[in-house]
Ligand binder design. Structure first.
Ligand code: C2E
Ligand code: MG
Ligand code: MG
Length: 570
């Protein structure tokens, strides 16, 4: 323990000197101040055990100094002994106590009395310090004990106890905000084998490494804990829908199946994940955990290294999304993609004047035919749409070179307008004169292009500046602002097939007429999609629609078949 500091305050040098002399043998450091102001500065900058304070000083007297110290949190407990030459009147004494004095000494000071008072105060001070140190130590070891009780020693992750606490908190939070969260129960596959063949140290090291990798996959506000030997639990907070956690599940599975090393040994395991969603699969912690646990057993039955949702319908749907997500990434290199063409018909002459390129994925061994409506959104989400979009463009350009009089339309996703790749590839083909710019058209789905802000930050304007025609696909299903149609020099609208296919139907007929008059008013060309009957064709022609697509004329078909159709005619 450091020697305590005693502050002596007096405006008379002689008094300070005599106090120094009296206290010479006291086990404390004596600090002097010759004014109230100096005394305050010293007190604020040092740890002071006791103040011997002269009452009568010019500028700031002892009462003021004492009141100031009493009013401040850090100084309010320092004992102050007043030293005064004033009369020993009740009034003076009371004033001193009111301003914060603990004791009084009357001048002239009796050295013997002063020394014993000071020693008594120092004893109290030392006892206080010792006590606060003990309290701090106990608090520290209590904190440590709580941490140990709630954490797993090997991996440093939370343990079962902490997890139950967090799960309960998460349930209350979700209840308050009527939000959803996912509970994942992970059980390693093949961990026992590592322990049995390579030893427990290797098993421990693997658990440590895996814990780190798992933790890196989740967000800061999610929770991960080690539930038991080779079991982990994860809470994914605040999810909007089940689809959004599929990529997370894939990355956790990928993490577990990576190769880990222990000394010279290569270790490999897998993981089975059971998933329960709050509140659908359990309203309290016990139900939810039991749902996640039983889903995990289903995952094991499914063949390990996979996930399983507690709900069967959800499970089938999300598993398929995950397979598509994995397989679409390799579809291009495996040559599984193909571009089909559907003729665009001039209704008056009943001839094919152009075509729409439509992507097909039907050669995957496991999945067979997958509709673009199903795989395109997944390819958009995982980013593979960029490469796929370039493939469609390449194929279409190659086709155009062989049929210079046809106008070809290709579909592009929103994401393709946010990166330079699609625009630059298109520009390259035009600059190299691979294609005639007036023969290519790019279709943008209305549903993803309704936001003006999105449009401004996209390549839509630049593509239009190349001279490429732009058309709005599925018109009538989204929320296009009509102003945007002009700003971005849209050339054509395509009436969504849902309106056309239901003709005869009074409402849809009225909608088709309304869209036709919008196109007319804005001098835009128009194509009706999805014509399946003669009646539909007649209705559209009578109402001034000149171009159409639909099974009534021809279905989308492979390049070869489409070539034959062109030769043969409708
Ligand atoms: P879309 O661009 O509106 O294409 C028209 C869809 O309607 C095509 O479906 C076509 O086969 C179908 N269709 C044409 N005529 C008829 C008809 O008379 N009756 C019926 N019931 N359907 C008809 P598909 O090929 O399944 O494509 C679906 C959607 O996938 C397309 O809608 C388009 O949004 C998207 N898509 C297709 N290929 C590509 C592509 O290369 N890139 C992008 N980004 N999206 C694509
Ligand atoms: Mg289209
Ligand atoms: Mg369409």
């Amino acid at each position: 323990m450091n020697e305590p500091n005693i502050l002596i305050v007096d405006d008379m040098k002689a008094n300070l000197l005599s106090l120094q002399k009296i206290l010479k043998s006291t086990p404390a450091t004596i600090i002097e101040a010759d004014s109230g102001n100096k005394a305050l500065t010293i007190v604020l900058e040092n740890d002071i055990a006791l103040i011997l304070l002269d009452v009568n000083m010019p500028e700031m007297d002892g009462y003021e100094v004492a009141s100031f110290l009493r009013d401040h949190e850090t100084t309010k407990d320092i004992p102050i002994v007043f030293m005064t030459a004033l009369d020993r009147t009740t009034e003076n004494t009371l004033k001193g106590y009111m301003s914060g004095a603990i004791d009084f000494m009357y001048k002239p000071i009796d050295p013997q009395v002063l020394r014993s008072k000071v020693e008594a105060f120092l004893d109290i001070h030392n006892a206080k310090i010792q006590l606060s140190q003990e309290v701090n130590l106990r608090k520290l070891s209590e904190d440590k004990a709580i941490f140990l009780a709630e954490h797993d020693q090997l991996t440093g992750l939370g343990n079962r106890r902490l997890f139950h606490k967090k799960l309960k908190e998460e349930i209350s939070r979700a209840k308050r905000h009527t939000s959803k969260f996912a509970l994942l129960f992970l059980d390693l596959d093949g961990f026992k084998n590592v322990n049995d063949t390579v030893g427990h140290d290797a098993g421990d090291s693997l658990l440590k490494d895996l814990s780190k990798s798992f933790k890196a996959q989740i967000r800061e506000f999610d929770t991960i804990a080690r539930y038991g030997g080779d079991e982990f639990v994860i809470i994914l907070s605040g999810i909007e829908n089940e689809e959004e956690i599929v990529p997370k599940l894939s990355s956790l599975i990928e993490c577990a199946s990576k190769e880990y090393r222990f000394e010279e040994e290569r270790l490999s395991v897998g993981v089975s994940i059971g998933v329960a969603i709050y509140p659908e699969h359990g309203e309290n912690d016990t139900q939810l955990l039991s749902s996640a646990d039983s889903a995990m057993y289903e995952a094991k039955k499914d063949g390990k290294d996979c996930f399983h949702f507690y709900n069967d319908v959800l499970n089938t749907k999300l598993k398929r999304i995950m397979r598509i997500d994995t397989l679409i990434k390799h579809a291009l290199e495996k040559n599984e993609l193909e571009v089909y063409y559907q003729g665009v018909i001039d209704l008056k002459s009943n001839t094919i004047i152009g075509a729409e390129a439509l992507l097909r994925w039907q050669k995957n061994e496991e999945l067979g035919f997958v509709s673009p409506e199903e795989f395109i959104p997944i390819a958009e989400a995982n980013g593979s749409i960029h490469k796929i979009g370039i493939f469609v463009l390449q194929e279409t350009v190659a086709f155009m070179k062989k049929h210079k009089d046809l106008k070809l339309a290709i579909n592009a996703s929103k994401a393709q307008f946010t990166k330079a790749l699609f625009y630059e590839t298109l520009k390259k083909y035009i600059d190299n004169k691979d294609i005639k710019v007036e023969n290519i058209e790019v279709e943008i789905t209305e549903r993803v292009m309704f936001d003006e802000h999105d449009l401004e930050n996209s390549y839509v304007g630049k593509i239009s500046q190349l001279g490429v025609s732009l058309s709005i696909d599925d018109f009538g299903t989204g929320f296009s602002s009509l102003g945007c149609l002009k700003t971005y020099s849209i050339d054509r609208l395509k009436i969504d097939k849902s309106f056309v296919m239901s003709i005869p139907n009074k409402e849809d007929e009225a909608l088709c007429r309304a869209i036709l008059s919008i196109a007319d008013a804005l001098s835009l060309s128009l194509i009706a999609e999805g014509i399946e009957t003669k009646e539909q064709r007649d209705f559209l022609l009578e109402n001034g629609c000149l171009l159409a697509q639909g099974y009534y004329f021809c279905k989308p078909m492979s390049e070869n078949k489409f070539r034959e159709l062109l030769k043969r005619g409708l």
